[in-house]
Ligand binder design. Structure first.
Ligand SMILES: *[C@@H]1O[C@H](CO)[C@@H](O)[C@H](O)[C@H]1NC(C)=O
Ligand SMILES: *[C@@H]1O[C@H](CO)[C@@H](O)[C@H](O)[C@H]1NC(C)=O
Ligand SMILES: *[C@@H]1O[C@H](CO)[C@@H](O)[C@H](O)[C@H]1NC(C)=O
Ligand SMILES: *[C@@H]1O[C@H](CO)[C@@H](O)[C@H](O)[C@H]1NC(C)=O
Ligand SMILES: *[C@@H]1O[C@H](CO)[C@@H](O)[C@H](O)[C@H]1NC(C)=O
Ligand SMILES: *[C@@H]1O[C@H](CO)[C@@H](O)[C@H](O)[C@H]1NC(C)=O
Length: 544
């Protein structure tokens, strides 16, 4: 009786939370991962590895908008879940990646408060090990607060981060009127990840005149400077990397310029783009409000190639902005740009155009060059990702959610990485008796596990072979190949009166080693009526 009351309470609870639990994974009805709308499937052409994304809603009110659980996710090329980071990384999380630190594979993400109006984050970076345990939380040094945009691990030892630090100064030289006194000093820090020690700090106001901004104070697009929360964000660092020469490459979105910063004295070595470019820009090199500048190849003093995501537009995601929106090109693109340091020229080597020419990312975005030279582009505010073959042909395209949930979905950066994860959870097992078929379905999943090759299901079956006959009880088991996040074994209907009990499952890796054993469950009557699984799953053909 107590059990029945509890079940009723659980059903009521799950109905209240209907919007949260979408039922696509029956063993984890608490999870609502995004359901990719894949318009160009990989079909074997994509690079090896999983997709790393952290989609979030662009709606001011996150209820009933996609993604239902905004969080870092590891997904397969078909959009199947590998790991839901919902509840591992909290609050607002973004810039989710895999990396190496001190010889071990780690995951990291920014987590903290998110000011979507100004595109600022206030929080820290968290590193998880392969068991998804928190191994480090890193905060900015010198009493400053980390922003969300950059976190990159250099030589498995240090991290580059940036900070938006509002300060009050006399802004009249830049057109500030009475009361307009606040400006954002964009800073970068290089930190020792282990100790948190600040090894290098750079302040934009010490080295870059606010006149270099592409968003002048009087126009008010980047803050009206009346107080710290509306400080003029004249520079807006959104990416930093460090070259083998010890200098930094920095992307300043609001100056539409890349800067090379001397790693010893912080002076500006060169500027690419913007108002004071040290390079003559060839056809189609001009970029604006760009993201994610990275070194690709070459020598820092001769000819080198860099990649970036060229938004070519500035405006608010909501489509507002009106005359304050700035457009440089009809759509956003990924670019490879070759810098010739002797001739002082910048040449477009290759451009990656959106498969859908109307993608114009008003904010965010990334370009990752993969080891096989494929390119993964993330269209930021437009909530889409594309993989290209090295010649620029789109070979994969996905919207980061489906149906109405895709509306205004955003994703700051996206990556493809290899990852081996060992789940700290136990395998989640649900046995459901499906009426009227009389079938019993066993669903198992193990959030974050990448090692299981085979599931071995065990259960006890009680049956009477006919009216009045003796009851028999047999132990059964069946092996099923792991078929993605959730593997399902469908036990066909038996004689009337058959009862399945003591269900559990064991996970085995590809070499036949036992990895884990689930708890033991009893079948429940399936009460999921939606049938709304947006993911098409194949029936599992049991391999015994
Ligand atoms: C900052 O200035 C804006 C614009 O004038 C105003 O709406 C907001 O209330 C101010 N915030 C604070 C904390 O004073
Ligand atoms: C970087 O700064 C140091 C110290 O001022 C200087 O000696 C060096 O020449 C600079 N390097 C470049 C490439 O500007
Ligand atoms: C520059 O872009 C224009 C418009 O997309 C295109 O017609 C032209 O071929 C491009 N030139 C180069 C050198 O890429
Ligand atoms: C092209 O992109 C625009 C903007 O993201 C979107 O509204 C439209 O549905 C897309 N069309 C296709 C065919 O993907
Ligand atoms: C997938 O995206 C295409 C292109 O925008 C759209 O036409 C289609 O309706 C989307 N499908 C779903 C299920 O969201
Ligand atoms: C994943 O590993 C395979 C095998 O080592 C390698 O070929 C591939 O480039 C890796 N993928 C990524 C995205 O690093």
């Amino acid at each position: 009786m107590a059990q029945r009351t509890l079940n009723t309470a659980l059903v009521a609870f799950s109905l209240i939370n209907f919007a949260l639990a979408d039922g696509s994974y029956r063993s984890r009805s608490d999870l609502s991962p995004p359901h990719l709308n894949i318009t160009i499937p990989c079909e074997g052409r994509c690079a090896e590895g999983y997709l790393f994304v952290a989609p979030f809603t662009g709606h001011p009110d996150p209820v009933d908008h996609g993604p239902l659980q905004g969080a870092p996710y590891i997904l397969s090329d078909t959009g199947d879940l590998v790991w839901s980071g919902f509840s591992y990384f909290s609050i607002w999380a973004g810039n989710f990646q895999a990396a190496r630190w001190k010889g071990q594979d780690v995951l990291f993400s920014f987590e903290g408060a998110h000011n979507s109006l100004h595109g600022h984050g206030h929080g820290h970076h968290t590193l998880l090990d392969q068991h998804y345990n928190n191994v480090r939380e890193l905060r900015a040094g010198n009493h400053l607060i980390s922003d969300k945009h950059e976190f990159i691990i250099i030589d498995e030892k240090t991290a580059l981060i940036q900070i938006y630090h509002p300060i009050e100064i006399d802004l009249s030289p830049w057109g500030g009127k009475e009361g307009q006194t606040w400006i954002v000093d964009a800073r970068l820090q290089e930190l020792d990840i282990e100790t948190g020690e600040v090894l290098f700090e750079w302040s934009s106001l010490d080295h870059v005149d606010p006149f270099e901004s592409a968003l002048p104070l009087p126009l008010g697009q980047a803050g009206i400077a009346y107080n710290s929360s509306t400080a003029w964000d004249y520079f807006h660092i959104n990416s930093i990397t460090k070259g083998s020469d010890g200098h930094y490459l920095l992307s300043a979105r609001h100056a539409s310029t890349l800067y090379k910063i001397n790693g010893t004295d912080g002076s500006v070595i060169w500027r690419l783009g913007g108002q004071n470019s040290d390079f003559t820009l060839g056809p189609n090199v001009t970029f604006g409000f760009q993201h994610h500048a990275r070194y690709l190849s070459g020598h820092h003093d001769a000819v080198e190639t860099i990649s970036l995501f060229d938004n070519s537009v500035y405006g608010s995601e909501s489509g507002g902005g009106g005359d304050k929106e700035v457009h440089l090109y009809p759509f956003s693109r990924g670019k490879y740009i070759e810098l010739n340091h002797r001739a002082k020229t910048a040449t477009l080597v290759k451009a990656f155009h959106p498969p859908n020419d109307s993608i114009l990312a008003k904010s965010q975005g990334s370009l990752q060059t993969l080891p096989n030279h494929n390119v993964l582009i993330n269209w930021g505010s437009e909530g889409q990702i594309t993989e290209y073959s090295p010649d620029g042909t789109p070979i994969f395209h996905a919207f980061l959610d489906s149906g109405f949930l895709q509306d205004k979905i955003q994703n700051y950066r996206a990556f493809r990485y290899n990852w081996t994860g060992f789940s700290p959870e136990t395998p989640a097992l649900v046995a459901e008796e499906v009426s009227p078929t009389g079938r019993t379905n066993l669903h198992v999943s193990w959030n974050g596990d990448t090692a299981t090759a085979l599931w071995n299901f065990f259960w006890t079956e009680k049956s009477t072979s006919g009216a009045g006959e003796e009851e028999t009880s047999t132990k059964q088991s069946k092996k099923v190949k792991c078929s993605g996040f959730e593997t399902v074994l469908r036990i066909p209907a038996g004689f009337p009166g058959r009862a399945i009990s003591h269900v559990y499952v064991q996970a085995f890796d590809g070499s036949g080693n036992l990895l884990a054993t689930s708890g033991t469950v009893t079948p429940v009557k399936a009460h999921w009526r939606g049938g709304k699984s947006r993911l098409v799953k194949q029936d599992v053909v049991g391999a015994t």
